[in-house]
Design a protein around this ligand. Structure first.
Ligand code: NAP
Length: 284
């Protein structure tokens, strides 16, 4: 028996990165999937977007594991798209048991230079999209008096990140969505928890602006990204962390092993949140 045997899960942002890893991990443990991605235009995002081909590849990997995956193209900013994903789960599988609200974007600019569009697009995807995802699944879970939800926040959901005020504000907000959903869902046996990933190896920070940010100067490279990663944690020999370690936490929280767990924030960060909050660059 897999740890989520026979369950049906919706994963947003599943074309690549952590979302793809969550989908495959859940399938390996017995779940069928609705995988959701490919929002189309995101004009303020400076890196390449996930593609339909990548989403189809994830579906093929799920099928190879002997589970079913239904692909839904959509944008978490659209409530109608997410409602369609839930309807698809119900028509294809008869129900939806689990949600992983994972879709997210990351853009960089000092707060005093950030445009309204850049602020708004990240808030719309990372925060409003998370609420929309919860709103889409909640009535069905409430009716069935069962459900498990995992929201992907970030270590930047509990601490500042100079250069990403939009991202931080959204990820702090995700924790508000999580706590409230845990309280509203409790009477219906719906659990809701959040994961705070640390520095995870995905395409979200494989672009020039991110390399420069991590190098602390223009002209950064992927080598600077790799060199920066160990500073984000305390465990020996860690670079950017493997997405599957976040997926294993998603699996635990969604499964019945966590049936008495709701309303928590679980960091998967190589000890980042254990670090003292000293100022690494004091201004004299
Ligand atoms: P990623 O590889 O860029 O994956 C994110 C996925 O979300 C992409 O496939 C993306 O599709 C999709 N997505 C973005 N906007 C969407 C929208 N409006 N509707 C539907 N799908 C959308 O990044 P990742 O690192 O795996 O990120 C997954 C989650 O973890 C995000 O919420 C991120 O903020 C969070 N996180 C990441 C890290 C890290 O170090 N990597 C750390 C903490 C938290 P497109 O490419 O087509 O936009």
């Amino acid at each position: 028996m897999g740890r989520v045997e026979g369950k049906v899960a919706l994963v947003t942002g599943a074309a690549r990165g952590m979302g793809a890893s969550h989908a495959v991990t859940l399938a390996r443990e017995g779940a069928d999937l609705v995988i959701f991605d490919c929002p189309g235009e995101l004009p303020t995002v400076p890196y390449g977007l996930g593609t339909r081909e990548e989403l189809d590849q994830v579906a093929a990997e799920v099928e190879k594991l002997g589970r079913r995956a239904v692909v839904v193209e959509g944008d978490v900013r659209s409530q109608a798209d997410l409602d369609r994903a839930v309807e698809t789960a119900i028509s294809e599988f008869g129900r939806l048991d689990q949600l992983v609200a994972n879709a997210g974007i990351w853009t960089l600019a000092p707060s005093w230079e950030m445009s309204d569009d850049q602020w708004q697009e990240t808030i719309d995807v990372n925060l409003t999209g998370t609420w929309h995802s919860v709103k889409a699944v909640f009535p069905h879970m409430r009716e069935r008096e069962t459900g498990s939800i995992v929201l992907i926040s970030s270590i930047n959901g509990i601490e500042g990140l100079p250069g990403a005020i939009n991202y931080c504000a959204a990820k702090f907000g995700v924790l508000g969505v999580m706590k409230t959903t845990a309280m509203e869902g409790g009477p219906f046996n719906i659990r809701c928890n959040a994961i705070l990933p640390g520095f995870i190896s995905t395409p979200i920070h494989k672009w020039q602006g991110a390399y420069d940010f991590l190098a602390g100067k223009p002209g950064g490279t992927d080598a600077d990204r790799l060199a920066a990663a160990p500073y984000y944690g305390v465990l020996k020999g860690r670079g950017p962390l493997d997405p599957v370690n976040v997926s294993n936490a998603v699996l635990y929280l969604l499964s019945d092993e966590a049936k008495d767990v709701t309303g928590i924030e679980l960091p998967i960060d190589a000890g980042h949140t254990a670090l003292p909050h000293f100022n690494p660059a004091p201004v004299q």
